[in-house]
Write a protein that binds this ligand. Structure first.
Ligand code: C2E
Ligand code: CA
Ligand code: CA
Ligand code: CA
Length: 279
């Protein structure tokens, strides 16, 4: 590649993603993105056993001025490393709460639960609970319609702080979901102490349905355990009727995935939601 002259940089581009320079460039671009409001939320429906849309997950995208609409895979990790995930996550929470408040004035949407992803770094901040309460006050959103998705990595943190943060938010009606359940290293005894409402089965497991009998058993175990602990179960990544049938047969409460809809812009989400109500 040394003789490639002008092509040299392009040749090394994939590996550069991890270099300090590339990270610094992305970091400053992300700062700009926050300042110029280049993030958007997409909404993916969550459907119950009767086929009704009862909730949505808010998923962030970056409307990049040159590169177009970018999925979180390309920037969330760097934002985690640099700490920018904290203001970005706060933006996502506030945008979601603003939408919840708008929906609260339309009877058709008023009961929808909106799930928002919270990164470990964001949750770990000492003022996390206060920030969430401030967002609710600023936006007027009803806390009982908000669900925060946390990942198992939080379970490695200071137990008492985690529990007290979650409890103080649960006390005002906020719900919690354990995201990507089964992919981390959860201690079940610890998990039982947390005020959780929902377990979310990762799409990795769902995509094994019909392919891997052992993983199917794991899914059945997760659902059974959740039900014993009085937790709702939602499966993500549901793409086929066979996956849906398996999950419903074994008592999974909610499903989310391309079978029902990809993450969509707000107008698309609302159009699909209203079409479903009419049919
Ligand atoms: P996640 O929380 O596990 O979200 C589920 C991912 O699965 C989403 O990817 C969603 O588009 C995708 N998905 C949903 N249904 C299907 C399906 O049927 N098939 C397949 N193949 N994929 C499906 P997305 O939107 O690219 O988000 C990736 C990750 O980025 C999320 O994973 C989450 O960890 C993170 N993320 C997204 N928004 C935020 C945010 O506002 N804050 C934070 N901290 N993280 C976020
Ligand atoms: Ca999630
Ligand atoms: Ca309100
Ligand atoms: Ca996942």
């Amino acid at each position: 590649a040394k003789d490639a002259g002008g092509n040299e940089v392009r040749f090394f581009e994939p590996a550069m993603k991890t270099t300090v320079t590339a990270r610094a460039t992305l970091d400053s671009e992300l700062h700009e993105a926050l300042k110029h409001n280049q993030f958007v939320l997409h909404y993916q429906p969550q459907v119950n056993g009767q086929g009704q849309v009862v909730g949505a997950e808010a998923l962030i995208r970056w409307q990049h001025p040159v590169r177009g609409l970018l999925p979180p895979a390309g920037f969330i990790e760097v934002a985690e490393q640099t700490g920018l995930i904290v203001p970005i996550g706060l933006w996502a929470l506030e945008e979601a709460c603003r939408q919840l408040d708008r929906w609260s004035r339309d009877a058709r949407y008023a009961d929808l639960i909106l799930s928002v992803n919270v990164s470990a770094r964001q949750f770990r901040r000492h003022d996390f609970a206060e920030e969430v309460r401030n967002v609710l006050i600023r936006t007027g959103a009803n806390p009982t319609r908000l669900k925060l998705e946390l990942t198992e990595s939080l379970l490695h943190d200071k137990v008492n702080e985690t529990i007290s943060k979650m409890k103080s938010l649960a006390a005002i009606g906020i719900q919690f979901s354990m995201d990507d359940f089964g992919t981390g290293f959860s201690s079940l005894s610890y998990m039982a102490q947390l005020p959780l409402n929902q377990l979310k089965i990762d799409k990795f497991f769902v995509h094994c349905i019909g392919i891997n009998a052992k993983v199917e058993l794991i899914i059945q175990t997760i659902i059974g355990m959740a039900r014993n602990l009085d937790l709702e179960v939602v499966a993500e990544g549901v793409e086929t009727g066979a996956q849906l049938a398996f999950l419903q047969t074994h008592g999974c409460n909610l499903c989310q995935g391309y079978l029902f809809g990809k993450p969509m812009t707000l107008p698309h989400f609302e159009a699909q939601f209203e079409r479903r109500l009419a049919s």
